[in-house]
Design a protein around this ligand. Structure first.
Ligand code: GLC
Length: 500
């Protein structure tokens, strides 16, 4: 119960409490209780299973349209088979994500004494902060090549080689229009990256190899896959029931192994007849983040975030479910609570008025702090957003409730998006939901891995939706696939082999 503060004219505060952001003589339009009730209603809207099923049906219609024609979503890779789990070899795997560039030496094949055959021999992580995201065009790929050069030195060192030719696989956390198993046109990137400046539409593999050749690096790009496809490949190497994937970190995406006939002829661009002759299925990068603009109910805070985004409406689902945005949604709610309902007595915590200043990890801190005092979450909050006096318990409970509401909505919307993709795949395989064999969805990404109760909540919603559409309990399982972008990039090279 938050103390009522309706229409309260506050006297100028005594000088004993220094204010960080003065909201003098504040008249609050509403009480915190009314505001909290409104937030609850707006974030809980349409989370009923029947309504979610309707949303899933609408999404499935959108998916089918983009499978027929779209050059930015439902993108077919060149992979028409899944790994057998018997692939072997040493590879250099590259994983370009929203906030890190990771390079690893991967060995496939060692399956003795219970090992799953996927081995990370060496891995290096390079932070992608704003200065790197701001690198334009070739400058970004030069930066990548520098890092690859560092890892290559290590490769030659541990292999006692001086200039071994190394086969590379790339997991690219952005859309790419594939033109061969190892190349593709660079498409718009999202996540605040400027690397496409002046080179959008250029061949991604050639951009990277040009910078590598300039540094005499003895490497060759043998496979490029979207990170969604990489997750699926890495888990399919371990578990043949894997035919879908989910990423949920800075961004979100899902891949699926779909029958060839599900896609419109125009989606394949110009591929050799030999490829069409053998392709009965295709590994498809859905770019699921780009769906749901007119399906998922939104709040005024979602609309505000979207309208102020550099790419409004580009990835409507992503802006409501991923690590880059959950904190921002909460920040917009808190800013309104402070200025219109007297949260923290109308004191704006430090830096809270800065866009994207509230980190999603703080929501996780509130959601995992079940203590009565909530001292841990409060300390984390005040560390990032100072206040002259500590928040009241009721205010900390309000922050925890916001965290729970925002993350639950995200998990539910994602489960709905996955259910629609699963149902589409099941139908495309000529099966009824009740006939479909068990499906594993390979999962990875900071939110689905680490955010409290997120994966369990998503699984619960998915189970409910699958059973509502006639499937057996547990028909679809979200399975964590650690290191899957790196492993998947290596498995892609092994799967493609010498295919041109
Ligand atoms: C973004 C990108 C997508 C990527 C996802 C997760 O949504 O558009 O390609 O898979 O983030 O990294």
């Amino acid at each position: 119960m938050i103390t009522p503060t309706v229409q309260l004219v506050r006297p100028a505060p005594s000088n004993k409490r220094k204010r960080t952001h003065h909201v003098a003589e504040t008249t609050f339009k509403k009480s915190m209780d009314d505001f909290a009730a409104e937030v609850r209603d707006l974030l809980k809207v349409s989370l009923e299973p029947r309504q979610l099923l309707e949303m899933s049906e609408k999404l499935e219609v959108e998916y089918r349209e983009k499978l027929k024609s779209s050059n930015i979503s439902m993108l077919p890779s060149y992979l028409h088979t899944l790994p057998t789990g018997r692939e072997v070899g040493d590879f250099l795997a590259l994983d370009v994500g929203g906030s890190t560039f990771r390079i690893a030496l991967i060995r496939l094949g060692e399956k003795d004494d219970g090992r799953d055959g996927l081995r990370l021999r060496r891995v290096r992580s390079f932070v992608i902060d704003k200065s790197i995201r701001d690198l334009k065009g070739r400058a970004f790929f030069d930066w990548m090549a520098e890092r690859i050069g560092e890892m290559l030195t290590e490769y030659n060192h541990i292999n006692g080689t001086t200039d071994a030719r190394v086969r590379m696989g790339l997991a690219w956390s952005f859309p790419v229009d594939q033109t061969s198993p190892r190349s593709g046109r660079l498409l718009a990137m999202g996540k605040g990256f400027c690397a496409t400046h002046g080179v959008e539409g250029h061949d991604l593999s050639e951009l990277i190899m040009h910078s590598c050749r300039a540094r005499q690096l003895n490497v060759e790009m043998r496979a490029i896959v979207n990170d969604g496809a990489a997750k699926l490949l890495s888990q399919a190497y371990r578990d043949p029931s894997t035919c879908m994937s989910l990423i949920l970190g800075t961004g979100t995406n899902a891949a699926a192994f779909l029958p060839y006939k599900t896609l419109g002829a125009g989606k394949f661009g110009d591929r050799p007849d030999s490829w069409h002759a053998v392709a009965k299925h295709v590994l498809v990068n859905s770019e699921v983040s780009m769906f749901g603009r007119h399906v998922f109910p939104r709040t005024r805070w979602d609309d505000e975030l979207n309208s102020k985004h550099i790419l409004p409406d580009f990835q409507p689902l992503e802006y409501m479910v991923t690590g880059r945005y959950l904190g921002e949604i909460a920040r917009l709610i808190l800013v309104e609570a402070v200025s219109t309902a007297g949260l923290f007595d109308g004191e704006m915590p430090a830096r809270l008025h800065e866009p994207y200043a509230l980190d999603t990890s703080l929501l996780a801190a509130f959601q995992s702090d079940a203590s009565r005092s909530m001292s841990k979450a409060s300390a984390a909050f005040l560390d990032a957003h100072a206040l002259p006096s500590p928040p009241r318990i009721s205010e900390l409970h309000f922050l925890r409730e916001i965290a729970q509401l925002i993350s639950r909505r995200a998990a539910t919307y994602l489960a709905t998006a996955l259910h629609a993709l699963w149902r589409l795949r099941t139908a495309a395989e000529g099966l009824q939901p009740g006939e479909a064999s068990h499906v594993t969805i390979a999962c990875n990404g900071t939110i689905v891995e680490k955010y409290p109760d997120f994966r369990a909540c998503c699984q619960r919603q998915l189970d409910e939706l699958c059973e509502l559409s006639g499937a057996a309990k547990g028909a679809v399982n979200l399975a964590m696939a650690p290191e899957s972008s790196l492993f998947g990039a290596a498995v892609a090279v092994a799967c493609i082999g010498d295919e041109s």
